[in-house]
Write a protein that binds this ligand. Structure first.
Ligand SMILES: Cc1cc2nc3c(=O)[nH]c(=O)nc-3n(C[C@H](O)[C@H](O)[C@H](O)COP(=O)(O)OP(=O)(O)OC[C@H]3O[C@@H](n4cnc5c(N)ncnc54)[C@H](O)[C@@H]3O)c2cc1C
Length: 393
């Protein structure tokens, strides 16, 4: 099969059209630094120390990691980044990246900010989705307790009522403004109440079309079956399924916990199994496109190519908004820009927030990118090739 029949991710001229030489140099610098795990370890420790002691490292972080991986410090700054991407037909998904809130006041403030992102999406053609994590608006420990079927105190019962009300507030607004809303997936030991909330919202708001999406982590060996079961359930109950497919971000943590606590790991035995189920999940959603909308969140070239073939074979229009490709801002531009250039629907998660608050997100990106075989190796190779191509012109 000719993988590149509908799009070519190796077209670097298209991939980097939005970047000038100076920006390319900066990306080269950041990804080569991240390629060294010693540098990342030292950098991470120094950053944490410097922030604690009040040393002025924010400027350096802003000019490097933050500029590459975040859209700005607030919605207004993201607007500029979103407009820039829209010139290349790429949508933005405003992702408020403040983590670790633990108080009711903090959860309310985060909910209010997410509501603002949905409002912004409602009046901007460049922002097709809103997105949020339930742990941003409710307590992680409470979700874990609910999943473990522990008895809740009255206070906890009322706290969970508030979580449900916040989720509803966000989804109701999405429904009112016609903005699609993605509910991110998290750790398996809190995922059940998140799923339940997501299905409750879908049943309520996905009556005319899929607006609310739940996330399926295909590195879980049960995920493919769950996807199939929920699709059946959606048909039976008369609503549209919104399915965001990802491989999953918490593999090591999941395996470690299962080992420590002595239960079977919920994660696939190997990468090939995750890859197989991810692609089978894409096939299943496209086969059932009549009542399913698909959001494919992946940097895997093969899966992205596979989806272009499925779309074409099924005769779905490339600009049909029931099928979206998505990557994270600052990663895999060769996939995003080439897909968009070939008229497929593409959006990028655009994390934002005050610099200090986005540091955990940035450190995760840096740690994830340390392996030479991993994403930073891929990104670095592409940037080097583009720099050489420009020099040779
Ligand atoms: C737009 C977008 C939204 C996302 N939203 C979420 C979200 O809501 N929740 C979430 O958990 N993640 C989310 N992610 C992250 C995602 O789950 C992956 O961690 C990340 O995208 C890497 O996978 P990949 O498909 O891009 O490609 P690849 O680089 O091909 O795959 C890497 C992934 O494969 C899996 N894997 C690797 N080694 C093994 C192994 N030995 N055995 C089994 N599986 C293995 C892991 O999931 C690993 O992350 C999102 C990613 C994107 C692009």
């Amino acid at each position: 099969m000719d993988l590149k029949k509908h799009v070519d991710f190796d077209n670097l001229e298209v991939a980097f059209a939005s970047k000038n030489d100076k920006t390319l140099k900066k990306i080269h610098f950041v990804f080569s630094t991240m390629g060294s795990s010693a540098m990342v370890k030292t950098g991470t420790t120094l950053t944490k120390l410097a922030l604690k002691s009040g040393l002025p490292v924010k400027g350096i972080i802003k000019r490097t990691l933050f500029d590459i991986f975040c859209g700005g410090e607030n919605i207004e700054e993201c607007q500029r980044t979103a407009e820039q991407m829209s010139k290349f037909n790429i949508g933005a998904i405003l992702d408020y990246s403040v983590e670790g809130e633990k108080t009711e006041a903090g959860f309310e403030a985060t909910t209010a900010e997410i509501v603002r992102t949905i409002e912004k999406a409602g009046n901007s053609a460049h922002i097709p989705f809103g997105a949020f994590k339930v742990t941003g608006i409710g307590s992680f420990d409470l979700l874990a307790k609910i999943q473990a079927k522990e008895t809740l105190t009255d206070e906890e019962v009322s706290a969970f009522q508030k979580v449900r009300e916040r989720v509803d507030r966000i989804c109701a607004l999405g429904h009112e403004l016609g903005v699609k809303v993605l509910i991110d997936a998290e750790e398996t030991w809190i995922q059940k109440p998140i799923d339940d909330l997501a299905y409750e919202m879908m049943e309520k708001y996905n009556r005319e079309k899929a607006l609310i999406y739940n996330t399926y982590q295909m590195y879980r060996h049960e995920a493919l079956q769950e996807l199939k079961d929920t699709q059946k359930d959606a048909v039976a109950k008369g609503y549209f399924l919104g399915a965001k497919l990802v491989r999953g971000a918490y593999m090591e943590k999941e395996r470690e916990r299962a080992m420590d606590m002595g239960y079977p790991s919920p994660i696939q035995p190997d990468k090939e199994s995750s890859d197989r189920d991810f692609d089978l999940g894409l096939e299943f959603c496209i086969e059932n496109i009549n009542n399913t909308a698909l959001f494919c969140g992946s940097h895997n070239e093969k899966s992205n190519y596979h989806l272009t073939h499925l779309i074409e074979e099924k005769g779905i229009a490339r600009d049909d908004d029931r099928v979206y490709f998505a990557q994270l801002y600052g990663m895999s531009d060769n996939i995003s820009f080439n897909l968009a250039n070939s008229q497929f629907q593409v959006a990028k998660y655009l994390p934002y927030g005050p610099i200090k608050a986005t540091i955990p997100y940035l450190i995760r990106r840096a740690e994830e990118n340390t392996s030479v075989k991993g994403q930073s190796g891929r990104e670095l190779t592409l940037v080097k090739r583009e720099m050489a191509r420009r020099k040779g012109k």
